[in-house]
Design a protein around this ligand. Sequence first.
Ligand SMILES: [Zn+2]
Length: 87
Amino acid sequence: MNGRIANLHTVFVLDGGLCVRCNGCGKRNVLTAQQVGAHMGNMTQVRDLRLVCSACGSRDIDRCVAPSRDAAARFMDGVDIQSAVAV
Ligand SMILES: [Zn+2]
């Protein structure tokens, strides 16, 4: 993600979703643009989103914008979050 500003506008435009991984229990999910309230011009930083793990309640959540739906699928298959989203 070097050089790319990860905000909700990016999530909306790339349409791959937001990959999230809980550091408490390891649960993974891909949130859709709609789920995180992403829309054109929404410059809210991804790192500023308040995310809570639905499985364990942890707030320690890694998050990364997927550049494509394929990348999001690789992430869900267990690929490391940074590798999954490498362009
Ligand atoms: Zn968790």
